[in-house]
Design a binder for this molecule. Sequence first.
Ligand SMILES: O=C(O)c1ccccc1N[C@@H]1O[C@H](COP(=O)(O)O)[C@@H](O)[C@H]1O
Length: 215
Amino acid sequence: MPADTAVKICGLRKSSDIDAAALAGARYVGFVFFPKSPRHLEIPAAAALSVAAPIGLCKVALTVNADNAFLDTLVDAVPLDMLQLHGSESPERVSEVKARYGLPVMKAVGVAERSDLAQIDLYSGVADQILVDTKKPKGSDLPGGNGLTFDWGLLSRRVWRCPWMLAGGLTPENVGTAIKTTGARQIDLSSGVETSPGVKDPALIRAFIQAAQAA
Ligand SMILES: O=C(O)c1ccccc1N[C@@H]1O[C@H](COP(=O)(O)O)[C@@H](O)[C@H]1O
């Protein structure tokens, strides 16, 4: 991984895990606000984590089709650097969120097959970044965080029109191949550094970032 490639560890719930991520070299940390997720945080808990996070980490709030009432409360209470919209928010909604909160917005796009790539173009130039994740599998309650990969070859030799991150089932074992196949310079993951759903492992966080740096 080139030195300027960034890693985002998502779904952090403990201050010690945030410190471990920062020490290992993570650039972003993500807080999940989605009650069906094992990584869900209530706003006061997220506020405490965010205030205690090391300076310089980009603190990202992940929401799924959140309305303005929720986002107003969230942005008022939690010091944040970026909003991640991980639902079916339209390009118009992404623009509205950007304007209303004055924070950079990362829009997640789910990919399972080549035809899904059109969604990337739809949001390029609207969102500040695109997060390319595995498409939500039928029957899953979670639009992300399922630990499932997609065909990375779909992204190889792609010409990008805005910054992007790769996500979906990344682990210390497969991140090197993912980077080499896609050319990703930003990487996002959640379940690949957990011992059980929602429980991060500092040793796995370190192993992941080391593996990414060795790619
Ligand atoms: O992590 C979650 O629980 C989650 C819930 C709802 C939407 C998105 C979620 N996570 C995002 O999905 C990516 C990929 O996760 P994984 O590495 O495959 O487990 C994760 O990094 C989050 O951005």
